[in-house]
Design a protein around this ligand. Structure first.
Ligand code: SF4
Length: 505
């Protein structure tokens, strides 16, 4: 009978979460590097370069890969011959480990969990509770798979009750484009098939804990129907041309993982959960002899990539920006932003909306007239940092505030990640504004372009407060220009056609 000390379990959880906050799994880095090497789309290749540069910087600097340090999913397999030395439940112990990891003073992580999920949505300030699945298994060891899952990718999860005999490949082919780019591709698709609706979702999530190894499968060929399906979905997904960050390109998914379970004769539940550019998970075992140890990887395993920075990059001074200059930008242009920008995301927009509805004044300093807003919720800074990792959040969540911000606030432009909805694109055109995108999953790299940061309003919202950032050469792409041209529409269409043509040669 193995007796596991609760303190060992808690420390293992805390150490594992710190570890995965700054070390990508090496198999993921290698797969991303392969995608970088074979990518032909300039915009997608540049986005992958930023993800890889960011990954190496985080491994060296031991700072979070992404500003969204995730919601914790834990899969605990507890040996029937294991016991804990404590009265604490497994949920309580995991939550204590999460709290210790996220409130670290050396590498503080962003706390993103709010409770209750509907009315109130108050930050728990610990990033707990975690979502914990416990299974009793044979043996005298405890096995744990733990992941920190970004909200952007979790939000794109899909589930369908297909009919027996329906094509799962077709369902993925139809569903993936509806997920947009808010899940920060390229990443991994986790597919769960069978069981019940809830079981299929759990299987999809658990499948994402497996290593990236599709290249081995491609080389040796499939040995069973599940492996055949993996390859078919992998090829179907990449033939869509969605590409890195939805900019259009050859690689949309780095791997497809599948787990299955027997199901009812009348049913075929299928779930799909994407893992993003900030793929973070790890596996450890405890047998009662002490906490798990996590050996730092060798930094030389990361590719050293430098940004190409072509001659057509435009350096922009946002402090003296004019409508004429904005209208000269074309969708797909690369800009280096300089000057002051304001930040704001869901909660700040909601507050502004409420103040306007109540005909109350905005707080001092909140003046968006002729300025740019950056959708971001940064990590707290440490040491000499001006701000912690500060990458963009998914812009579509702010679409419902576009009329208010562009019309009533006279905003000049917006910076975020992924596509905009059609109504927002029309508003951008109407108000001669612009939407710029930064690379999701390159948060530490982006933060190095921020030279000054101060809180302007709504300080109580924590990471959702309005800040003013001063930026120097912050790289962005014009995603929707003032004529309404949108790279997230033109890029994938172009690359899907190109991939089709290649396949038919
Ligand atoms: S890489 Fe994108 S989806 Fe993933 S955690 Fe970061 S912002 Fe969210």
């Amino acid at each position: 009978m193995a007796r596991i000390k609760s303190e060992d379990f808690i420390n293992s959880v805390a150490d594992s979460l710190q570890y995965i906050s700054y070390y990508h799994p090496l198999d993921f880095v290698q797969a991303m590097y392969e995608a970088y090497q074979k990518e032909e789309s300039v915009a997608a290749k540049d986005a992958i370069a930023q993800i890889l540069i960011n990954s190496r910087m985080c491994a060296i600097g031991k700072r979070p890969i992404c500003q969204d340090t995730g919601i914790i999913s834990a899969f605990v397999k507890m040996g029937m011959k294991c016991r804990f030395d404590s009265e604490m439940t497994i949920q309580e112990m995991v939550d204590e480990g999460v709290t210790r990891a996220y409130t670290s003073t050396v590498n503080p992580l962003r706390k993103s969990i709010v409770a209750p999920p509907m009315a109130g949505r108050k930050n728990t300030n610990t990033n707990a509770p975690a979502v914990v699945h416990v299974e009793m298994v044979a043996g005298d060891e405890l096995e744990m798979h733990i992941a920190a899952k970004g909200g952007g990718s979790e939000n794109k999860s899909k589930m369908a009750m297909l009919n027996p005999g329906d094509s799962i490949v077709e369902w993925v082919r139809k569903t993936l484009p509806t997920m947009g780019a808010g899940w920060c591709p390229p990443g991994i698709l986790g597919i769960g098939i069978g069981g019940t609706a809830d079981k299929a979702m759990c299987l999809a999530k658990e499948s994402l804990m497996e290593p990236v190894d599709i290249h081995e499968l491609v080389e040796r060929g499939p040995a069973n129907t599940l492996e055949e399906l993996r390859l078919e979905i992998y090829e179907a997904a990449n033939s869509l041309g969605i590409g890195a960050q939805g900019l259009g390109g050859l690689t949309t998914v780095l791997d497809v993982k599948i787990l299955e379970f027997p199901t009812h004769a009348a049913s075929m539940p299928v779930a799909m959960i994407p893992n993003c550019a900030a793929t973070r998970h790890i596996h450890f075992q405890l047998d009662g002899t002490g906490p798990a140890t996590f050996i730092p990887p060798d930094i030389s395993d990361w590719p050293e990539i430098s940004m190409q920075g072509g001659t057509d990059v435009k350096r922009v001074n946002l402090d003296a920006i004019t409508k004429e200059e904005i209208s000269s930008w074309q969708a797909g242009d690369t800009l280096l932003l300089n000057g002051k920008i304001l930040t704001g995301r869901d909660a700040a927009h909601n507050r502004i909306q409420n103040l306007l509805l109540e005909e109350k004044p905005l707080p001092d300093g909140v003046d968006f007239n002729g300025r740019f807003i950056y959708y971001v919720g940064p990590v707290d800074p440490v040491g000499e940092e001006v701000v912690g990792p500060a990458g963009p959040t998914t812009s579509t969540r702010m679409d419902k505030y576009s009329e208010m911000m562009l019309n009533k606030m006279n905003l000049a432009g917006m910076i975020g990640k992924a596509e905009r909805g059609d109504a927002t694109i029309d508003l951008i055109k109407k108000y001669q504004a612009v939407y710029l995108m930064a690379v999701g999953g390159a948060a530490y790299l982006v933060s190095k372009a921020i030279t000054n940061a101060r809180t302007v309003a709504f300080e109580d919202l924590g990471m959702e407060a309005i800040y003013e950032f001063e930026v120097k050469d912050m790289p962005v792409t014009v995603a929707v220009d003032s004529r309404g041209q949108a790279v997230h529409k033109t890029g994938p269409t172009f690359w899907q056609q190109k991939i089709l043509e290649k396949a038919s040669i």
